[in-house]
Design a protein. Structure first.
Length: 199
């Protein structure tokens, strides 16, 4: 019986994971208190580190195993267009229901379009969805992951739960088609940006 082998994870991988988790936790807990500039500084540093991971001369097994790879060029356009379209559709549905979209403070808004989508996509579409797909198949995994994604956001109504599930499924299908979590992250970030600043 072969011995268990520890995967060859670089220090860069570990640094990125620690920076992302620490930043997400820090900003979500004290973002309102420390102001916009420190949030931008923390966010910028961690996002640059993450993007830098794709440019390392050696492979980044931890990131690549989670699907953090560069997708084909067409998926960048698809991610932005579908992210904007989803935000527009959700804004219409919510307004038709007579609900106003609550604006987050600037410091929290920065989190929702940067570190938030990166961390959520790495977990839900990078880790959970492939694990479920190995058991249930690709499409059920996308749907189950979307439901888990919606539930973790603490929806306060059936409408909010439905919107979160549909957008979560859209991220999952883009991840499935592109083979890359970077594509679903871009869509997620675009969606959050549109709802936060435009919606």
């Amino acid at each position: 019986m072969p011995a268990f082998e520890v995967p060859d994870i670089s220090n860069w991988d570990l640094a990125i994971v620690v920076a992302l988790i620490s930043s997400w936790s820090l900003i979500s807990n004290v973002g309102r208190l420390i102001g916009l500039f420190p949030v931008l500084l923390i966010t910028g540093t961690t996002v640059l580190m993450t993007v830098g991971g794709l440019r390392q001369p050696y492979s980044c097994p931890a990131l690549r195993a989670l699907g953090w790879t560069v997708p084909r060029t067409r998926f960048f356009a698809i991610a932005v267009i579908t992210g904007l379209s989803a935000a527009f559709a959700v804004a219409l549905v919510v307004r038709a229901a007579g609900i106003s979209i609550i604006r987050d403070p600037a410091a929290i808004a920065v989190l929702t379009v940067t570190i938030g989508p990166i961390m959520e996509e790495l977990f839900f579409r990078g880790f959970l969805q492939p694990c479920l797909a190995a058991i249930t198949g690709a499409i059920p995994a996308v749907i189950i992951t979307a439901i888990c994604f919606a539930a973790i956001h603490g929806p306060v109504s059936l409408l909010q739960f439905s919107c979160l599930t549909v957008t979560g499924a859209a991220y999952g299908f883009l991840r499935l088609r592109s083979g890359s979590v970077a594509a679903s992250t871009l869509m997620h970030s675009t969606y959050n940006f549109a709802l936060t600043f435009v919606g």
